[in-house]
Write a protein that binds this ligand. Structure first.
Ligand SMILES: Nc1ncnc2c1ncn2[C@@H]1O[C@H](COP(=O)(O)OP(=O)(O)O)[C@@H](O)[C@H]1O
Ligand SMILES: [Mg+2]
Length: 274
């Protein structure tokens, strides 16, 4: 079964979309280099702001007929075919595919509120489509809303990006506990909390080093840290150009750190028996 990774944190601006897009492309490239039989990766953008969609496709004009919104609103029997038709190739790599977000997703939450089985409207069709991919990466919005719950239910692994200034272990534990709470009410509980990515790390800032040490020593959180991404201006420039960090500057420190993270994720998640 393909691993399905949700990048999630209820805080905005912590690097969810940056991590989702670059991890998705990184997995695609590393699996290709390893000679994997299948290196296709699907990126699903559940955030109505559509940042991940914009940078990977160069487009932000997806709407009622050609976005994740279309899949969520489809007749449930038709949803897998609708999903297959809605997925587009990214502009980054032929093997990186995107299920695009649209601003209409904002309204979808209200429209689906109270509809029976609503939280499963992403998970159910995805379970039929995911087998075509080596991995699926889901970008979520900055809240634990219905849309984020849909992403989490569809996932095998939750990965939490955090900035070191928000790294107070109490705050981070509450994110981990919140994910565990949401999971309680589901009909299946395949979701694991599998990783923490420390983003925008500046080793010159004493507070950053202090907080990183603290989290690494924490009995629960320490084991989860799977990557530390340096604060790096190249990330903003890459975004502006709608490029991945790897394409924008192959030597950018953030890109090198994202590749290391991809290696760690492959080791942790994709080996048999994990
Ligand atoms: N490692 C980094 N170094 C510098 N800026 C970053 C880094 N990661 C993300 N950013 C910037 O921070 C902002 C928020 O990142 P984003 O990935 O959109 O966060 P989220 O999806 O959690 O809201 C963006 O402007 C992005 O360019
Ligand atoms: Mg985002």
């Amino acid at each position: 079964m393909a691993r399905i990774l949700a990048l999630t944190n209820h805080k905005g601006g912590v690097g969810k979309s940056t991590s989702a897009t670059n991890v998705a492309l990184g997995l695609c490239g590393v699996l290709r280099k390893m000679g994997a039989a299948n290196n296709r990766v699907l990126l699903i953008d559940t955030d109505s702001q559509g940042h991940a969609t914009l940078v990977t496709t160069g487009r932000n004009d997806f709407g009622a007929d050609n976005s994740l919104y279309t899949v969520l609103m489809a007749d449930r029997a038709q949803a897998p075919q609708v999903m297959a038709k809605t997925i587009v190739q990214s502009a980054w790599d032929n093997d990186l595919h995107v299920l695009p977000a649209s601003p209409m997703l904002e309204g979808a939450e209200r429209e689906l509120m109270g509809v029976a089985g609503a939280p499963y409207r992403l998970a159910d069709p995805l379970s039929r489509i995911a087998l075509h991919y080596a991995a699926v990466v889901i970008d979520t919005r900055p809240s634990f809303s219905l849309m984020t719950e849909m992403g989490l239910i569809a996932s095998t692994d939750a990965i939490v990006p955090v900035e070191p200034r928000y790294l107070e272990t109490v705050g981070l534990m509450s994110v981990v506990n919140k994910i565990a709470d949401i999971r309680e009410g589901w009909r299946t509980q395949k979701l694991r909390i599998s990783g923490i990515i420390v983003t925008k790390m500046d080793t010159r800032v004493r507070g950053h080093n202090y907080l990183l040490d603290e989290i690494k020593q924490h009995p629960t959180l320490g084991k989860l840290v799977c990557g530390v991404i340096p604060s790096n201006e190249a990330v903003s420039y890459a975004h502006r150009n709608h490029q991945s960090i790897f394409a924008y500057d192959p030597h950018a420190p953030a890109g090198i750190a994202y590749l290391k993270l991809v290696g760690a994720l492959l080791g942790r998640l994709f080996k048999a028996g994990v």
